[in-house]
Design a binder for this molecule. Structure first.
Ligand SMILES: Cc1ncc(COP(=O)(O)O)c(C=O)c1O
Length: 371
């Protein structure tokens, strides 16, 4: 098959699949055509975006730094003590947070809930870190009593891996409650990493201030958001922000590129900072307040429709993830649903229309024989 024909076939397939993408936290509504000339450039953000001498010039490191400045401000990172970089996604940002925690606390123990993203236990194995997996509450938050009990009888520095929006149920581990436990147990030395892959770009844009405070003002040490989730991007990417003083422990100057090697990978995408900058800060920036309120409205609409037909569904406070009983594999495939044991979810992101929600619920009703 000719290459142009192959591309056209692929494009048609993607357009069709987009209409049926209900289950994954990936916003598909974006237009980055202004960046298209850069598809014919090699852009490689090798090195430290906070450096100032780069032998290698084919990069967008300055724009990457501007993206980090913006995200650091959003999460109230200390003005004179932050650092970060644009990662290949949430997974790499979480790996970085854990790596940093291990370098700072080599004998630390990582505590995380059983609702944590599947990549985290793998990363802990890679890093060979000691770990305690804790149960979760019904709605998906970490079991705070279990955390308290575990922390009470261990001497090692705790490294808390907190979920700011779990993958399946959209639950937020409460940083204030975790801090209270650390204070009660008189634990002064600790590290908190927040996995805000999806909800990091939702919670700050709610109409009312959420009760789930989770940023640097709450004493966290590092945080990651995904660029291709709530923001939307043609390629996977993420943003990791931590404290500059933490990173000092790990960077090494590399003479041959004239920069510090303090990122996980060497060569990194120079294209993704352009997408992030457009979406976050340019005159074409997205209106996240509007996108978030529309998504919540559509999530409530879906719940109302499910309820109308006697199908149980729910969402956590401030979450746009609607959880309901797992349907047949035929529907899971058709609507690209994420499933776990007996539950499934849909996520009405900006590209998901009410018409698509109606069509999906109609399919579920037909399958269940509901009128
Ligand atoms: C809570 C959470 N953390 C981390 C990840 C992994 O992020 P990425 O796919 O950007 O690597 C996901 C992906 O869905 C997620 O939901």
């Amino acid at each position: 098959m000719k290459y142009s024909k192959m591309l056209n076939t692929l494009l048609r397939k993607f357009k069709k699949a987009t209409k049926h993408m209900l289950g994954y936290p990936i916003s598909l509504k974006f237009n980055y055509s202004d960046c298209s000339p850069f598809l014919n450039c090699h852009l490689n953000n090798l090195g430290d975006p906070f450096g100032d001498i780069w032998h290698y010039q084919l990069n967008t490191l300055k724009i990457e730094k501007m993206v980090i400045d913006h995200v650091a401000k959003l999460f109230h990172a200390p003005k004179d003590d932050y650092w970060g970089y644009v990662t290949g996604g949430g997974t790499e940002g979480n790996l970085y947070g854990l790596y940093l925690a291990r370098e700072l606390h080599p004998n630390g123990i990582v505590y995380y809930s059983d609702q944590t993203h599947y990549s985290v236990p793998k990363n802990l194995r890679l890093l060979q870190m000691k770990q305690v997996k804790l149960p979760s509450l019904n709605q998906g938050e970490i079991d705070y009593d279990a955390l308290r009990q575990e922390l009470a009888h261990r001497k090692e520095v705790p490294i808390i891996f907190a979920n700011i929006g779990t993958t399946m149920k959209g639950a937020v581990d409460s940083i204030p409650r975790i801090n209270q436990i650390l204070t009660d147990l008189n634990i002064r030395d600790f590290y908190i990493h927040c996995d805000a892959a999806f909800f990091g770009m939702i919670l700050p844009f709610l109409p009312q201030k959420p009760s789930q405070a989770f940023d640097f003002q709450e004493g966290i040490d590092s945080i990651v958001i995904s660029g291709h989730k709530m923001i939307g991007s043609p390629v996977p990417c993420g943003v990791m922000v931590t404290k500059k003083s933490h990173v000092k422990a790990i960077g090494q100057h590399i003479e041959y590129v004239g920069t510090k090697d303090n990122t996980i990978t060497g060569s990194r995408s120079g294209l993704s900072p352009l997408f992030l900058w457009q979406a976050l800060k340019s005159e074409k920036k997205l209106n996240f307040r509007l996108l978030v309120s529309e998504s919540i409205e559509k999530a409530d609409y879906a719940i109302k429709q499910f309820t109308r037909y006697g199908i149980k569904s729910w969402r956590n406070d401030n979450s746009i993830i609607v959880v309901f009983p797992k349907p047949s594999m035929k529907l899971v495939k058709k609507w690209q649903l994420a499933v776990q044991k007996e539950i499934a979810h849909i996520i009405p992101l900006p590209h998901v229309t009410k018409k698509a929600i109606d069509a999906f619920i109609q399919d579920v009703r037909a399958e269940m024989g509901l009128k």
